[in-house]
Write a protein that binds this ligand. Structure first.
Ligand code: ZN
Length: 402
């Protein structure tokens, strides 16, 4: 005997009594089969309901071969027996899914009417929902008027009626998409004369209950457009999160909430300006540092290409160490091995295209527990602690032997 589908009429968390007809192990879970169910099985893009059977939480509900399988954990199934059981629907979740789904009908209907694009698939996620519509290149600018039209229908609070129609009479309805084949009765969901769609999902009883729909984005997808949206309470919750964030930014930047974008743009511009100035100063400082180092070591204009000049810098970053080394290399032909103690990193370089510094440095670095790599004329690496970096630098000889 088929399970009676009572999920269209039941939308609250009031307990309902049903009869457990069968308890069947399926892989690592257990499927419960009821005489009647208030739980919607996954289908038509809408996820399955959640809730409980005699207090045991539902993990999933699937319709397979004319059976509705209510999946619970096998541990939980041990406390269930055949016979009467109490079903409780997770009504809050159902309400959310029905809101998303109903709003999706209105959105798809308006996209079809206003942009001529039929919806080919829908996905309802825990946070956002998407529809794929068969027309490429739809932009947010195209969708703002659609969003307005959807909101008008929501505010009109028009009734949502389900027509149970035999297939031979289906031509009476101006359907947005083709009806399913092989059904004895087709469920046609009408939204106040605006949209007629064959659908087996759960819907709200009037459009106003969807409260609001916001389109969040539109992107190209397989030659179509994927449109992301949220509806119902999700819009309210998103609005609260965004407002809180905006107020935080507003206080930080000392700018009104509605003028945050220009304020952030100005801040980014200022930061870029500061960065450019800082880079210039860092380069000047590195030039000065390189000149003094080479002068102190008596290596300005040295052409000694086997001499290794090594130096550890206590309090500058590896970026500045590298900049200093590159500048020093322009006037010094020696091999330079420079390290930043604070970053526990080193770089080694030679201007001589005939010299290969890699074999020696790679071995010494690995012996000291470092990691890194590079080419014959440029090599760099890092260590997990400062002592290992110091051991490495100390192990580097004064001269690269042939
Ligand atoms: Zn539907």
């Amino acid at each position: 005997m088929q399970t009676v589908k009572a999920f269209y009429d039941h939308t609250t968390d009031e307990p309902v009594t049903a009869e457990i007809r069968e308890i069947r192990p399926v892989q690592d879970k257990t499927a419960v089969i009821l005489d009647r169910t208030i739980f919607y099985p996954e289908g038509g893009g809408q996820p399955a309901d959640r809730g409980s059977i005699n207090g045991i939480p539902l993990l999933d509900v699937q319709e397979q071969d004319d059976e509705i399988l209510h999946f619970i954990s096998s541990d939980g199934a041990k406390s269930l027996n055949l016979g009467k059981a109490e079903l409780i629907l997770d009504a809050k979740r159902r309400r959310d899914l029905s809101s998303q789904h109903t709003a999706q009908h209105i959105l798809s209907g308006m996209i079809f009417r206003m942009l001529g694009a039929p919806t080919v698939s829908m996905h309802m996620g825990d946070e956002i929902c998407t529809i794929d519509v068969n027309k490429a290149g739809i932009t947010m600018n195209d969708l703002y008027p659609v969003e307005d039209a959807v909101q008008n229908i929501i505010e009109e609070d028009c009734p949502i009626v389900t027509h149970l129609c035999p297939p031979e009479d289906i031509h009476r309805f101006n359907l947005r998409r083709l009806p399913p084949q092989g059904e004895e009765v087709i469920r046609v969901v009408e939204i106040g004369g605006y949209d007629f769609t064959p659908c087996c999902g759960t819907h709200l009883c009037s459009s106003g209950k969807a409260a609001m729909l916001r389109v969040l984005g539109a992107e190209r997808y397989k030659g179509m457009t994927r449109i992301t949206f949220i509806a119902g309470r999700r819009v309210f919750e998103e609005s609260r999160i965004l407002r809180r964030q905006a107020e935080g930014i507003s206080q930080t930047l000392n700018a009104p909430v509605r003028e945050l974008y220009p304020a952030v743009q100005a801040l980014v511009q200022k930061t870029e300006q500061l960065e450019r100035g800082l880079n210039l100063k860092n380069t000047e400082l590195a030039q000065f540092r390189a000149a003094r180092l080479l002068s102190d070591a008596g290596l300005e204009n040295s052409t000694d290409n086997t001499k290794i000049y090594k130096k550890m810098f206590a309090d500058i970053s590896q970026n500045d160490v590298l900049l200093t080394a590159k500048i020093a290399q322009k006037t010094c032909g020696c091999i330079l091995v420079f390290a930043s103690v604070q970053d526990k990193k080193f770089c080694a370089l030679t201007p001589d295209k005939e010299t290969d510094i890699r074999p020696l440095l790679k071995k010494l670095m690995e012996d000291a527990g470092g990691q890194g790599g590079g080419g014959p004329q440029f090599f760099q690496g890092s260590f997990s602690d400062k002592a290992a970096l110091e051991n490495f630098i100390n192990s580097v000889p004064e001269r690269l032997e042939d």
